[in-house]
Design a protein around this ligand. Structure first.
Ligand SMILES: [Fe+2]
Ligand SMILES: [Fe+2]
Length: 283
């Protein structure tokens, strides 16, 4: 790869960003409109049987802890609300595309999602993240730029990962040196294209360097960086042999009180079985 690439030229010449499936696209538009009927949300999901099945599987996973199994999308929408269902449908779609990549990478993203939920419940990012399913989606999507690199430039990206193994140079920096852009920038562009909400776009783009994004969602980006670090430190690296660090200022920006850390980690480890469950859900 030449050094002449930057994110724009990569997107012009080398990488075509994937689109969301039509059903998820329609769902997003529908839910963003002011008077969205729940029955219509259910109809859109049910019109895509594969999506409906995957969404139901997620809803019935132990992570959501529902006492009775939900068997229809109509029931799920009434029970959980349209926004939650949209996030779950998007989660199911992303899971599906990621299950083709290595299992360890999927576990890393799931671990990050579970950690993001725990951090945000503890008050990180000023509790700006509305719900557990949304927090989970942040984690699941945070490294989506890597999925794109692996799929569109497998040879070049294998070189990047090899160079980063056991190296103290951050992976992002090696990506920028060898490819011309890093996975956080690329993921942010994909989130924009999918018209995800602004906190999600900025958190993905800034999870390795929150100062790269605007002030509004910087604390969410920093929290996502901590969740990422937590997944690494608990034995779920994105790729074998890749080392992660969390710069000390991350805790401040994320508004995490270090005194709460033992409790945060206890909560995280309690949810460990669900990481396994999620990782196998679509495998
Ligand atoms: Fe990352
Ligand atoms: Fe990561």
């Amino acid at each position: 790869m030449g050094k002449h690439h930057d994110i724009d030229s990569l997107l012009d010449d080398v990488i075509t960003l994937p689109s969301l499936p039509d059903s998820v696209e329609r769902l997003t538009q529908l839910i963003d409109s002011p008077d969205c009927p729940l029955s219509e949300v259910a109809r859109v999901i049910s019109s895509d049987p594969a999506l409906a099945i995957k969404t139901l599987r997620l809803i019935n996973s132990a992570y959501y802890g529902l006492s009775n199994p939900v068997t229809t999308i109509e029931h799920a929408v009434v029970l959980l609300g349209a926004k939650v269902i949209k996030n779950l449908a998007l989660t199911a779609t992303v899971f599906d595309s990621m299950s083709k990549t290595a299992g360890a990478f999927l576990a890393h993203c799931v671990g990050c999602g579970v950690a993001m939920g725990v951090y945000s419940r503890s008050g990180a990012a000023g509790r700006m993240i509305a719900s557990g399913d949304e927090a989970f989606l942040f984690g699941l999507l945070h490294d989506i730029g890597r999925v794109i690199f692996v799929e569109t430039m497998p040879r070049e990206y294998a070189e990047v990962v090899n160079a980063a193994r056991n190296s103290s140079t951050p992976l992002c920096q090696i990506e920028r040196e060898l490819i011309g852009a890093d996975h956080a920038e690329l993921g942010g562009r994909l989130a924009e294209r999918w018209r995800l909400n602004p906190p999600m776009i900025d958190a993905i783009a800034g999870h390795h360097d929150p100062m790269k994004v605007g002030e509004n969602f910087r604390s969410i980006a920093a929290t996502l960086g901590l969740a990422d670090y937590t997944a690494y430190e608990s034995g779920m690296p994105s790729f074998e042999g890749i080392i992660a660090t969390a710069p000390p200022e991350l805790w401040n920006i994320a508004e995490v009180n270090p005194a709460h850390l033992p409790e945060i980690l206890d909560n995280y480890f309690e949810l460990f079985p669900s990481i396994q469950e999620f990782s196998q859900l679509f495998g």
